[in-house]
Design a protein around this ligand. Structure first.
Ligand code: ACM
Ligand code: ZN
Length: 548
């Protein structure tokens, strides 16, 4: 019987005409049906409907240019006149990008025949992701217009769309600072794997990175520290002045660069803790009055904003006014993590505020936790007045949180489970599966520095891949999970090479968690696409990565 099955396994595909063609697209598309034959892209014309956005046409033009450079024959670009989305791919000659309003946002469909390729989507991200998929069907040289390999697309149909609408990565630009070019390279690799949110962590104890015109001293003083802790020794400092910031022009450039690639930049103004960058600049905003310094060490500072003073809220609102001008994102991240309450407990102004609000400790939370709830609600209302929503780390849930905030679950999955069960929207970024500053293997000696050397906190590729965001949730709460995010904190990451190494390839594992339904995930399939194709993409684009 076994022999018969083996024989059939060999004969049947041969009888059907060819060995089963395989494609290596990450994240794995929802549906791939491959037929016989191929479409030759060398010299193929690219055509797009005139209703497409300029940024969409730019992505199509870049693909045509790269194919022209790689094949040595020009792939022209033209408006598709008189061709509608109902045309059959086999009736087309060349590659066509056609608008079909019936396709859901971020979804796309690619039909490949021997003569023509038809791509349909209803908006920019759908088309942009179709372009990414077409690139992944071609040799890795397509990313640089480099020859080599077979310039053919397999005939068939790919229908695709994401599981989650929020697919993010956090980049910490505070503990270490990343240039505009480094940040763009980070965005480029996110775009290839269809992520759509860059959570940009811009304010911290160790440096304020955001130019605010109303408060110019923030970047003159708050963006620089007098040294940086060496390795894991919290008491050490290298004594080398370190820092940097982004001008508003540079920020606009990044927002627009990301937007062209279907990525929304979600800025984080971390408050009321993690604020030494601001406190070093304006000590009157703290409970003790300082003096404070931009921190040279990692960890959690006891010194936080004084929330008994109206001046603190005026400051935050002044900063948020400019944040909203710079970032069109529907969501503004307001931090809320790791805010020790020691200063508030003894500050007469914070205590007077708690009295005035009638806050008492009870089984929901302490009086000071409720003071943080007050801060969250007040900032949330301010931003709501500007048409924005807030995201906060799961600590904002402690105490008695007002409705309306979205929770980013980082202390494991518990915060997210509690939030979703209580009707809050949630983005899951549990440190147990999504923290990219954790070491990628237990062999710590061969790995670069990660946030800890604890075996329980390593995050190998397969563990990141195995994350299932609905685990632990009752079915009726799953609708509150907006998406998943990987977090790349940079306390121990000082160079772009190290940054890329921590990101790759784990970002691709997270991309499949974000994009693919749970039952479509398959680590062996993912791993083979990584080794056989995606690592070549990293190499050709010059990214450092961990070889798997
Ligand atoms: C965090 O990792 N402190 C959100
Ligand atoms: Zn105070």
């Amino acid at each position: 019987m076994k022999k018969l099955l083996l024989l059939l396994a060999v004969i049947v595909p041969a009888f059907l005409g060819a060995k089963a063609p395989s494609v290596q697209i990450t994240p794995q598309p929802r549906e791939i049906k491959l037929g016989n034959g191929t479409f030759k892209v060398k010299g193929a014309g690219f055509n797009y409907e005139s209703s497409l956005e300029e940024r969409t046409v730019k992505a199509i033009a870049a693909l045509a240019d790269d194919i022209s450079a790689a094949t040595g024959k020009v792939s022209s670009l033209a408006i598709a006149a008189g061709v509608g989305s109902s045309a059959a791919a086999s009736s087309l000659k060349g590659v066509y990008f056609l608008e079909d309003k019936a396709v859901p946002a971020e979804n796309y469909r690619i039909e490949i025949s021997r003569k023509g390729v038809k791509v349909t989507a209803s908006e920019h991200n759908g088309f942009f992701y179709a372009v990414q998929t077409l690139r992944q069907l071609l040799p890795a040289g397509v990313y640089k217009g480099v020859a080599g390999g077979k310039w053919k697309l397999p005939c068939g149909v790919i229908s695709d769309g994401p599981r989650f609408g929020y697919r993010g990565i956090l980049l910490d630009a505070c503990r270490h600072f990343w240039s505009i070019d480094e940040t763009k390279k980070f965005i480029d690799i996110m775009a290839i794997y269809k992520l759509n949110r860059l959570h940009w962590h811009l304010t911290e104890d160790q440096g304020w990175r955001l130019e605010v015109k109303k408060y110019p001293e923030l970047v003159e003083k708050g963006a620089f520290r007098s040294g940086t802790q060496i390795g894991y020794d919290r008491e050490s400092s290298d004594g080398v002045r370190y820092g940097g910031y982004y001008t508003q022009e540079q920020i606009k450039d990044i927002v627009s660069y990301a937007w062209e690639r279907g990525i929304t930049v979600v800025p984080e103004l971390d408050l009321p803790g993690h604020m030494l960058g601001a406190l070093a600049t304006y000590p009157q905003l703290g409970c003790t009055g300082g003096p404070y310094e931009v921190w040279t060490r990692w960890g959690v500072s006891k010194d936080v904003l004084c929330v008994g003073k109206e001046e603190t809220f005026a400051f935050l609102e002044g900063v948020l006014d400019e944040v909203c001008e710079l970032f069109p994102s529907e969501y503004i991240h307001i931090g809320g993590d790791e805010c020790p309450k020691a200063r508030w407990e003894t500050c007469p102004l914070c205590q007077a505020r708690a009295d005035e609000l009638g806050l008492v400790s009870d089984d929901k939370g302490t009086r000071e936790q409720k003071l943080q709830n007050y801060v969250t609600a007040r900032i949330q209302a301010y931003l709501q007045g500007k048409g924005r929503k807030v995201i906060g780390w799961d600590e904002i849930l402690d105490g008695d949180l007002a409705p309306g905030a979205t929770i980013m679950s980082w202390r494991g999955t518990k915060g997210g489970e509690k939030a979703a069960a209580n009707g809050f929207d949630v983005i899951m970024s549990p440190n147990t599966y999504c923290y990219l500053d954790y070491s990628q293997s237990l062999d710590f000696k061969s790995e670069p520095l990660g946030i800890t050397r604890k075996a329980s906190r390593a995050l190998p590729l397969e563990k990141a891949y195995g994350y299932e965001p609905y685990d632990g949730l009752p079915a009726e709460a799953t609708g509150h999970i907006l998406g998943v995010q990987g977090n790349l904190w940079t306390e121990y990451i000082a160079t772009p090479e190290h940054l890329e190494y921590m990101l790759l390839p784990r970002m691709l594992a997270i991309a499949e968690v974000q994009w693919c339904p749970a039952d479509a995930k398959d680590f062996a399939r993912f791993h083979s696409a990584l080794v056989e194709h995606q690592q070549k993409v990293f190499e050709i684009l010059g990214y450092n990565f961990r070889k798997e």
